[in-house]
Write a protein that binds this ligand. Structure first.
Ligand code: SF4
Length: 503
C-alpha cells in the first residue's frame, strides 16, 4: 500500500554553538542553519585569529588537567566522535579531551571531561581573562546533553585565562571556577529551548523584532538585513550618544541632526557637530590656535602597531597584552624638513629590546612626540620601560613629551564628513582630501595585528616572497599613520591661520 501522508522533515540536528545562537535569536539561528554560506557569516581576519588562539588555549589547558585521552577525529565526524567517546569512557582514564555527546538531537563537545570520585566534571575552557555571563548557558547545554546521554555529571567548571599571570611563570595561566550551582539553575528550561529551536528550524523563517538582543551577548551578523537603513546624519550619529538618548530624541520627532531645534541643550562637541551638519560647513573654533601651541618643532610623529597573544610568550607579559612590535616615526626638524624611521619585528623572539633602542634613536632631539589617541602610545612606551629597564629614562622622556592630536581635533574642529567619530580613518579623508588608507593592502589595525602575528610567529611556514610582501604592506600601513598625522597637523595649522584672518 502506498503511504500518501506527507513525510515529516528530518529534524535539523543542533549543536552547542547553534543552541547558543538560537538563545540569542531564533531568526539568526534559522539563517545560520538554512543559509550556511551567507556572506555575513564569512569570518573576518580578526575573528579567525580569535578562533585560532582559542584553539591554542584549549589545547594548552589540557596540560593543566593531565593524563587524559584526546578524542582526536576530524571536526565534522560527529557520530564517530560520539562513538569514540562512549568507548573511551569504558577505560579508566582520569580525563577526556574533546569528548562528544548526542542527546535530544543535539551534539555537544566538552573541552575537558574530568573523572570525579562518583562521576564526571564538565570543564569549559575559555580564552577570555574572566568568566562572562554567556559562559553559563554554554556549560549548561553541555551538562544537559551529557546527562541525557546517560553520563553522571556532578560538577561544572569554567577554566579561563588569568589576567594576573606573567610570563615566564605560566603555572597560574588558568583560573578554574566551580560553576556547579549556577549551572544547575541555568539548566532549567534547556530541554524546552532545544525543542523550541528544533521546531522553529523545521518551519519558515520566524518573525523576531529587532532589539537589544541584536548586539548581546554578541553582534548579530545579520543586523544589516533586519535593521532599517538610517537616514544620513541620524541622531544616533551624534558623537558617542547614549542609545537611550538617541531613541528619546527620535521619539520626540527629531530623527536626524537637521531636525534638532536650536534651543536644545547640547555638549560643546555635539553643538559643533550640529552646527556643521545644519550649515553644511566645517566648524573651526577660534580656540584651535591655542590648542596647537604645544605642537612645537622638532616634532616626532609616532605610531605603534601591536600583537596580542592569548598565551604570553615574552617576559613580564600577561594573557592578551598588546605588545608593541612595530613603529613608524616621522621626524620634523626646522631647517631639515621631514625624515622617516621605522622598525618591525619579524621573528618569534622578544621584539621589545631592539624596538625600544630604535625608538629612542628615532625620537632623539624631538621636543614633542605627536600621537593620535596618545593613551595607546603612552601605554606602549610604559610597557617598553618595564621590559627594557636600561632605556627606562630615555623612554620616560618620550612618554613625557607625548601630545595628542585627537582631542585637538575633537575639541576644536568638526567637518560634516566625520560622521560623529574622530578616529584617524574618519578625520583624515575629510581634512586632507585625497589621503586615506584605501590604496593600501593592510587598511586597519585589526588586520595589521593579525598579519604581524603571522610574520613573527608563522614565518617558517610562509614563503620568502610572501614574507617580503607582507612586511612591506605592514611598513606602508604604519608609515601612513604617521604621514597622516603630519598632514593633519599641517591642515590644522592652516585652518588656525584662516580662522584668525576671519577676525
Ligand atoms: S539582527 Fe536581531 S532580529 Fe535580526 S537576526 Fe539578528 S538578532 Fe535576530
Amino acid at each position: 500500500m502506498i503511504n500518501l501522508q506527507p513525510m515529516a522533515p528530518d529534524p535539523v540536528p543542533l549543536s552547542k554553538s547553534r543552541y547558543l545562537n538560537g538563545l540569542q535569536c531564533h531568526k539568526q539561528l534559522w539563517w545560520r542553519v538554512h543559509e550556511p554560506d551567507a556572506p555575513e557569516l564569512a569570518l573576518t581576519p580578526g575573528q579567525q585569529n580569535l578562533f585560532a588562539q582559542g584553539r591554542d588555549v584549549g589545547a594548552r589547558a589540557r596540560d593543566y588537567v593531565p593524563g587524559g585521552e584526546l578524542i582526536d577525529l576530524p571536526s565534522h565526524e560527529y557520530d564517530n566522535k560520539v562513538a569514540a567517546t562512549r568507548e573511551a569512557l569504558t577505560r579508566d582514564v582520569p580525563a577526556l579531551y574533546e569528548a562528544w555527546f548526542l542527546a535530544d538531537d543535539t551534539y555537544v563537545g566538552v573541552d575537558i571531561l574530568e573523572r570525579t570520585s562518583r562521576g564526571y566534571k564538565v570543564i569549559e575552557v575559555k580564552a577570555s581573562n574572566s568568566r562572562k555571563p554567556e559562559h553559563l548557558p554554554d556549560v549548561a547545554v553541555q551538562v544537559h546533553v551529557a546527562r541525557r546521554a546517560g553520563l553522571r555529571v556532578e560538577q561544572a567548571e569554567v577554566m579561563h585565562l588569568n589576567g594576573a599571570c606573567r610570563h615566564p611563570d605560566l603555572s597560574n595561566l588558568f583560573v578554574r571556577e566551580d560553576v556547579t550551582p549556577l549551572v544547575e539553575t541555568a539548566l532549567i528550561g534547556v530541554g524546552d529551548q532545544l525543542a523550541a529551536q528544533r521546531q522553529m528550524l523545521a518551519g519558515p523563517l520566524p518573525e523576531v523584532a529587532i532589539g537589544e538582543h541584536c548586539t548581546k551577548p554578541h553582534d548579530c551578523p545579520f543586523i544589516s538585513r533586519c535593521w532599517p537603513k538610517l537616514p544620513d546624519h541620524h541622531v544616533s550619529s551624534l558623537y558617542r550618544i547614549d542609545r537611550r538618548r538617541a531613541v528619546e530624541l527620535e521619539a520626540n520627532g527629531y530623527a536626524t541632526i537637521y531636525d534638532l531645534p536650536t534651543d536644545l541643550e547640547l555638549s560643546a562637541v555635539h553643538a559643533r557637530q550640529v552646527k556643521a551638519i545644519q550649515t553644511g560647513q566645517m566648524v573651526v573654533e577660534p580656540s584651535l590656535k591655542g590648542a596647537l601651541a604645544p605642537f612645537v618643532s622638532p616634532l616626532a610623529y609616532l605610531d605603534f602597531e601591536t600583537v596580542s597573544l592569548a598565551i604570553p610568550r615574552w617576559p613580564g607579559c600577561r594573557p592578551w597584552q598588546q605588545v608593541p612590535v612595530q613603529f613608524s616615526v616621522h621626524l620634523e626638524e626646522p631647517g631639515k624638513g621631514l625624515s622617516h624611521r621605522q622598525w618591525i619585528a619579524d621573528g618569534p623572539d622578544d621584539p621589545r629590546p631592539a624596538l625600544a633602542e630604535a625608538l629612542v634613536e628615532a625620537c632623539a632631539g624631538a621636543r614633542k612626540v605627536v600621537a593620535y589617541y596618545a593613551s595607546f602610545e603612552r601605554e606602549c612606551v610604559k610597557q617598553l620601560r618595564e621590559a627594557v629597564p636600561s632605556l627606562a629614562k630615555d623612554l620616560e622622556r618620550i612618554e613625557r613629551r607625548l601630545v595628542d592630536l585627537l582631542p585637538t581635533i575633537r575639541n576644536h574642529v568638526y567637518h560634516p564628513d566625520f560622521g560623529g567619530a574622530f578616529s584617524i580613518k574618519r578625520t583624515l579623508p575629510a581634512l586632507v582630501p585625497g589621503l586615506s588608507y584605501s590604496d593600501l593592502k593592510v587598511q586597519d589595525g585589526e588586520v595589521a595585528t593579525v598579519e604581524l602575528q603571522r610574520l613573527m610567529l608563522e614565518g617558517a611556514n610562509t614563503r620568502a616572497v610572501e614574507r617580503v610582501a607582507l612586511r612591506e604592506d605592514l611598513l606602508r600601513y604604519c608609515e601612513r599613520d604617521t604621514w597622516a598625522m603630519v598632514k593633519l597637523l599641517e591642515t590644522l595649522r592652516s585652518l588656525a591661520v584662516d580662522q584668525l584672518e576671519l577676525f
